[in-house]
Structure formats: C-alpha cells, structure tokens
Design a protein around this ligand. Sequence first.
Ligand code: ISL
Ligand code: CA
Length: 529
Amino acid sequence: MARNWWKERVVYQIYPRSFCDSNGDGIGDIQGIIQKLDVLKELGIGILWLSPVYRSPNRDNGYDISDYCEINPEFGTMEDMDELIEKAKRLDIKLVMDLVINHTSFEHEWFQRSRKREEPYTDYYIWKDKPNNWTGFFGGTTWTYDEQRKQYYLHLFDEGQPDLNYNNPKVLQSVKAVMRFWLDKGVSGFRCDVINVLYKSSLKNGFPSPALCGREHYISKKGTLKILHELRRDVLSEYDCFTVGETVMVKPRQARKLCTDALDMVFAFEHMETDCFFIKWFLRKFKPERLFRALLKWQKKMPWNAVYFENHDQPRSVSRFGDDKNFHKESAKALAVLLLTLKGTPYVYQGEEIGMTNFDYESMDEIRDVESKNVYEIAKRFRFSEEYRWRMIRLKSRDNARTPMQWNAQENAGFSSGEPWLKVNKNHGSINFESEYNDPDSVWHFYKKLIEFRNGSEVLKRGSFRLSYLSPDVFAFERAYDGKKLGVIVNLSGKKKKVPCVGFTVLSTHGRAQIDCELEPYEAAILRR
Ligand code: ISL
Ligand code: CA
C-alpha cells in the first residue's frame, strides 16, 4: 500500500455557514474559521474539508455555485481565503475544497448565456423540447421550462441547479480551469459532490420507481469514469493532492473502479441506509447489526476508503446510532472509537467531536433546508399524516446537522453575536466546546486522545481489517500491520453485553484498563494484542 498523507490524517469537515460567525451577521464565515484553526490543530486533525464558500444565491446553501473562482461575500473575501490557506499551511493542515460540478447555479454566467444560446455556452447544459419522467433528489420534477430559450433544462436537484452537459467537451475544459485555479492557490484536493452522476448516458424515460426514477441512466456510468480519468491525467496528477467522491447509490464494485486512476476514495451510503427502507424518508427502526454489516461489507470490499458517520446532509450520529438521552457521552464516545479505528480515512463533521445532537425544533417554520421543505410538501400531497411528516423531518432533515456549532453556554452558543441564520439547539448549555474543553472526561477530550493515538499508530493508519465478532449489538475486529495488532470492540446498545473477549485496553470509553468478557452499555475499547 502506497504511503499517502491522505491515509494518515484525520479529516474535519466544516459547514462554513454554521461554524463560526466573526462579524455578527448570523452567518458563519472564513474569518470565523481562521479563529478556530488552533483548536482544530489541538484536536489533532490534519485535513480540513470546507463545504462550498463560492459565490452562490444559496438556493441550496452554496451547492448552487454562480462563480467558482469567487468567494461568497457573506463568507468574506478572496483575501480571507488566502489568509486561511496560509494559516492552515503554517499549522500543517491540508485544505480541501468542495467541487460541485454536476450542476451550477442558474445564476452562473454559463447558464445565463446558455439560455440566450450564446456561444460557446449554448450546449453547456442539458436542454430538451420535452421533459422525460425522471424524478429529482429533492423530490418532484427534474425539468423546468425556460421562457427565454423556450426549452426545458434538466436539474437532478433544485430548479436553481441546472445539470452541466458532459457530452460537450468544452464543459470539462472549463472545469479543469476551475480545479487548476484552486490547486494553484495551494489547496490540497477536492471533495467531489455527487460525482458519480455527472454523465447521463441517455435521456430516455426511467423505469417507474418510487424513488429517483431515471437513475439507471446516470448512476456510475462509463462516461463518468472516463471524465474522472481525464481529470486525473490532465490536472490532479500534476499536484500533490487527493480527491474523495461523494458517490450516491454506489456499489462496492463501482466504487473500486471509481478509485482506480480516478478518485482516491469515496463516500459510500449503505451504512447511512440502515435506518430506512429504500429512501431515507421511509423510516425504519435503527438496529446496530445493520450498521455493522454494512460497514463490514465495505471494509472487506475496499482496499481503502472514506469512513464517516456524519456530514452536512445527515442527522447527528449520536441521536441516530447512539442514545442522546440516556447515554449521550457514552454513545458519542463509542461511535468515535468505531469512526477512528476502522480501516480508512476518518471524517469528523463539525460538532460530532462534542456530541452535538439533532435539532430540537417544534415546527416547519424553523426549518431552512430546501430538501426538507420540498419533501414535506410532497408528502402532504400524498396524504401522509401531519404527525408522520413532522417525524420524517425531525429524524432526517438535513438541518439536524446544520444547527450552529455550539462553542459555549452563552447566548447563541457563542456561534454569533447576532441572530443565527438557523436556530441553535437549546442543549448548548450542557453540550458545548468550552465546557468539554475544561472537562478531561468529555467527548471532546476523548476524540483528542483517539486522534492522537491514531496519528501515532501504524496499525490504525495502515493496517488490514479482520472481523473478530459480530452480534446484534456488538462489533469487534482486529487491525494488523507489520506483525503488530490491535483489537477493537464496540457495544452499541444501552445494555450490558457478554463478549468472548478479554484483554488490556489502550483506550476505553469507560476508562477501564481491562475488559473481562463483559461490556458496559455503549462501552467501546481498543485492546492491546
Ligand atoms: O442529502 C441527501 C439525502 O437527503 C442526498 O440525497 C444528497 O442530496 C446527495 O447526497 C447529494 O448531496 C450533495 O449534493 C447536493 C447538495 O444539496 C448536498 O448538500 C451535497 O452534499 C446537491 O449539490
Ligand atoms: Ca458572518
């Protein structure tokens, strides 16, 4: 296995809007990130992934980009960005940008000129006289009629996010220029948004399906692979950088292809589907064993991959896979053990390291996310009960992950001196960075210890994976490298569990030096072997 820095470092994802607001306008910004870099360094992270900070009308909070080479003024200026890149470099933190190239904003100049059939932009997007039957990621139709051009354009996401046309080679040339712009500035790679849907192999009607009708025409197609090979060959290979692809509905076989001379790793979704039927809105009771089995499958099938439990689209893991009421600290720590000891590059999402929970909102009025709003309306049309619809939103809304970072117990959780764009969680009195920083037994300190251990452990950074034990609530495995071994055991239930396992611990959620055939509720440990 090649020695790559992106396998050895822990990644931390920042959702800039919700991270830290430096000027009191209620919106997190780049200067806010700069202020917090030192504590991220102290936590031990080595790579920072920033969700989009580019110019955007914010139909989808920056995932609708209207200029790839400009900073959204609400986040700051290009000078701020340069300062961030500089400071991160001084701290030896690599910076990774979000690359959103399946679509742009409809306010992007390319789209504005495409509407007018201005060359060379006429065919930059996917235009058609008649729509097909595809349905979109945010629910509803994928075609919107444009009065000016007198044609429909395809958008797999919001209507403000028209899909680029990768049958037009000029589009890829433009994308390459954007990538070079940022790599030349000193960023170390990209998280590639919905990267496995770039290429549409046909625009024919899709098989009727309750979810994402049409997907057989664009998920992980050969054309996408070809594009990624080209980006690797012409751009990425010239820089010391890495890419992680967000690959929706991907299977291990496709993922392996996407990670051969194309991307370096991908975000798989199967373990995120262990509390739903088919799509995230069809709720299903979470069972740890389903999570373990999905993780196990990917551990076995990928030589290396991204490991994550949270991001800006997913509910908070302690509320979802743990128990944020009765075992908040214990279950947040147990999940941390799993996240940082599985084979792969771990991604910590802002707030996960202090055990932030799902939002505590009481009604739709408090929700900002475009997907949640759409889905809530669609479910109404399908006559889902009011109660069920709110339950869907409460458990699965993307705003669960987007509530402002809880820095301290003061007003607005220390996120902003103004009114935050999205309400802070009322539990910031007890769950916040400052109090955890001052408490050696906190979730934050546990993350710090774990990251420090991983950073110094060849076995965790490079070792192989082997399953040792799996039961409905307990997952145990072994990592091995160069004759050295570590065991890991995790109880993801609120009950004591008998386990076929004895050993001295290197680290344990319950501070125990030894495990003796029984685990406490939500106990997890790294064992000496
Ligand atoms: O969030 C999801 C489930 O609710 C996914 O379907 C999500 O839309 C999908 O993973 C794509 O996500 C990415 O691209 C979207 C953007 O809204 C997400 O924030 C981003 O992570 C469109 O750019
Ligand atoms: Ca601000």
